[in-house]
Design a binder for this molecule. Structure first.
Ligand code: KIV
Length: 271
């Protein structure tokens, strides 16, 4: 039995309580009504409408092409299904970097049009002006440090980040900056477990890891990866809970066979 299970609606305050009480936060991505309904029914604490939608829903190679309108579409689809989970939408690349007024306008559009609970932004010190402006409008922010996929053209690869002391030190500093600004949590992606544990201990807000080891306050995975819908992506940190790729192939294969052999529909399946 988990402390959060009796709570009718997960809020940022509940996540803070969970950190204080040592209950891990379970977060998954979702991008559409049907999947969000299942995740909410299963009791997931947080649903992230990630810009990974750019990859798994739209088939782009990176998260960069997805637009604000597309993220609002995914966010509002998820929101129509959800009763209990906290729903966070990723602000897409180009809608918050460099211009804090534009960042605020983008965040307001997401909150108004998708009706979600919070937004997520990638980066630390370099986006703090946007973070402050969005927070000052009463919009909760989840930070994202470490491997930040919107910066893939700067990094050049998706390898583990902050293995060198200089980058680790910047990450520690950025985590403090986001905490002090008033973010309600921080995603730590693909960094050494020891560093993630240290950052988790050093800040009062929850950390949610993906490829950041077990000593963080919660975990997040991309739904299509953990369900085995997408089988081409298999980093070390990914645990697969199903092989829906093969299950769907088998179902479709059986359906094709039934249609071709005219065994579907049967008498019971007709009017
Ligand atoms: O877009 C996304 O799905 C994410 C998670 C990997 C944290 O940012």
């Amino acid at each position: 039995m988990y402390l959060s299970q009796d709570i009718p609606k997960i809020t940022t305050h509940v996540l803070q309580e969970m950190k204080l009480k040592g209950e891990k936060i379970a977060m998954l991505t979702a991008y559409d009504y049907s999947m969000a309904q299942i995740l909410d029914e299963a009791g997931i604490d947080v649903i992230l409408v990630g810009d990974s939608a750019s990859n798994v829903m739209a088939g782009h190679k990176t998260t960069l092409p997805i637009t604000l309108n597309e993220m609002i579409y995914h966010g509002s689809s998820v929101m129509r299904a959800v009763k209990r989970s906290l729903v966070v939408v990723d602000m897409p690349f180009g809608t918050y970097q460099g211009n804090s007024k534009e960042a605020l306008n983008s965040a307001i559009r997401i909150m108004k049009e998708a009706g979600v609970n919070a937004v997520k932004l990638e980066g630390g010190e370099e986006i703090v002006e946007s973070v402050n402006r969005i927070l000052s409008a009463g919009i909760p922010i989840l930070g994202h440090l470490g491997l930040t996929p919107q910066s893939i053209n700067k990094f050049g690869t998706y390898v583990v980040r902050a293995t060198e002391e200089k980058e680790a030190e910047k990450l520690r500093r950025d985590a403090k900056i986001l905490e002090q600004a008033g973010c309600f949590g921080i995603v730590l992606e693909k960094i050494p477990a020891e560093l993630a544990a240290e950052v988790t201990q050093s800040i009062s807000i929850p950390t949610i890891g993906i490829g950041a080891g077990s000593k963080v306050d919660g975990q997040v995975l991309v739904l299509h990866d953990m369900l085995g819908i997408n089988t081409k992506f298999s980093p070390r940190f990914l645990r697969r809970y199903n092989n829906l790729h093969d299950e769907i192939i088998n179902s479709v294969y059986n359906y094709i066979g039934d249609v071709k052999s005219a065994s579907f529909p049967s008498e019971k399946e007709q009017y």
